[in-house]
Write a protein that binds this ligand. Structure first.
Ligand code: BGC
Length: 447
């Protein structure tokens, strides 16, 4: 953002103009990012140094004939879900049991994601929760959607490379996750559950899509974290194999001064650079850093320098960003109430509220454009001439709920693909982590 000179405060309109140019992703940039992404995919596949990990998932295409009831564990962040999923063939399923539980609960005084907790505490708690939905007379095969970078040596063997999404529990990184879960199930006295598959949430989304759609070959998550996988036509054994790219770690992305700040203050500076621009975990913080800078420069809320609501890291959640963009009231009265209740600022002007809305829109539009550029890179890799139809399943709160996010992805894809995006179907996932885990468990049962 432009800086004021020593005497006059920066005009809000000037500050916003300079921000517009800093956050714009032009058509040319989309092309460059897509090309860089495709190059990193190829480098990663050849095991050359690359920011894309390109991790084989040891899972191929489902046939659509998978049937039966499977237990699905969805561990994607601070909230965990256990489900019983009944697969009925050709994309049909029913979720017959479903329970969610948090890994952090301030009222009950626990945080299993902090460095004070260790892996066994975390998995003992998960096992205890699983136990509550079991029927003692049944036997269950379990598929585990584990949404963190993990190195697989088989469909049921994966060790955590490193935590993401600011989780910091000790004694999990480097360990075999199925082992940790299995041991915890035994400690909890659970004898009728057998973990048979572990998979990333992107792979679960893609399997859930491919279960009923032969054209589905890309799965992506746009939620707290970000990542995409695809079916590599020539997998390690010559057959199509799901490859978890860990694309949140893609690093050939434009970083603004605010992104550098966020990165420097994060748990792992230099890592997950794309995710830090597009993940729900971070979008609110980018908006806060920009707004705090504008306050500091005197461009808005001039009487509120040092406002604690603005200074506290991560005090602006991505949900607030979403509500600010969604505020269509003439006086932006929802933002006014939010400024009063969250920032303690009761005399905000319409211009200041409009600026907050504008900043939120810029951050979200940039995120969606970057994500779309990576999808173009993938399409160019698997089908250079865009000759076939591709279904791309997307899950996650940003894609499902953030105003403007999904539309922007569609617009960028239409603009950069042959036939105006006719060959791409973007599909909003439903229950994807659970259904994908059940499909994976069923593929294992059939082996
Ligand atoms: C993780 C990925 C995951 C994504 C979406 C990222 O932080 O590294 O493994 O797929 O979040 O949940």
């Amino acid at each position: 953002m432009a800086k004021k000179n020593n005497t006059t405060p920066l005009q809000l309109s000037d500050a916003l103009l300079s921000l517009d140019s800093e956050f714009q992703i032009t058509r040319g940039m989309v092309q460059e990012i897509a090309a860089a992404f495709q190059m990193q995919m190829q480098a990663g596949l050849l095991k050359r140094p690359a920011s894309l990990k390109m991790l084989p998932a040891f899972i191929g295409r489902p046939s659509g004939n998978e049937r039966g009831s499977y237990l699905a564990l969805d561990f994607g962040g601070t909230n965990i879900r256990v489900m019983l999923v009944n697969l009925q063939g050709n994309g049909c399923y029913q979720v017959t049991k479903n329970k969610s539980f948090p890994l952090i609960c301030s009222q009950e005084g626990y945080d299993l994601t902090s460095p004070d907790a260790v892996g066994t505490d975390m998995f003992d708690y998960i096992a205890k929760q699983i136990k509550t939905i079991l029927d003692q007379n049944e036997r269950y095969l379990l598929g585990h959607t584990f949404s963190f970078p993990s190195c697989h040596t088989g469909i049921n063997a994966a060790s955590l490379i490193c935590w993401t999404k600011e989780i910091r529990t000790r004694e999990v990184e480097g360990k075999d996750i199925t082992h940790l879960l299995d041991e915890a199930l035994q400690r909890a006295g659970i004898k009728n559950v057998k973990p048979v598959a572990i998979l990333n949430d992107t792979v679960a989304a893609m399997l859930a899509g491919a279960y009923g759609d032969r054209n589905c070959d890309i799965g992506s998550i746009c939620g707290t974290g970000h990542n995409t996988c695809y079916f590599e036509p020539n997998g390690p054994d010559g057959l199509p194999m799901a490859i978890n790219m860990e694309s949140g770690n893609f690093d050939d992305v434009p970083f603004s001064v605010y992104d550098w700040l966020l990165d420097n203050n994060s748990h792992r500076p230099g890592e997950q650079r794309l995710e830090k621009l597009v993940g729900g975990c971070y979008l609110g913080e980018i908006v806060r850093l920009i707004a705090a800078d504008m306050v500091e420069e005197g461009a808005m809320f001039p009487d509120d320098k040092g406002n604690p609501g603005m200074l506290l890291p991560y005090s602006i959640k991505t949900e607030y960003v979403s509500s600010m963009i969604a505020d269509e009231t003439p006086g932006l009265s929802n933002i006014k109430i939010w400024c009063r209740d969250h920032l303690g600022i009761s005399n905000s002007t319409w211009e200041e509220r409009a600026a907050l809305k504008h900043i939120s829109g810029l951050v979200v539009t940039r995120a969606a454009s970057l994500v779309a550029a990576t999808y173009i890179g993938i399409l160019n890799h698997i089908d250079a001439g865009h000759n076939r139809t591709h279904s791309l399943v997307i899950d996650g709160s940003l894609y499902q709920k953030l105003p403007g996010f999904a539309d922007r992805i569609t617009a960028v894809l239409n603009d950069h693909t042959v036939n105006n995006g006719q060959g791409i179907r973007l599909i909003k996932a439903q229950d994807a982590s659970g259904v994908g885990a059940a499909v994976a468990a069923s593929l294992c049962a059939a082996r």
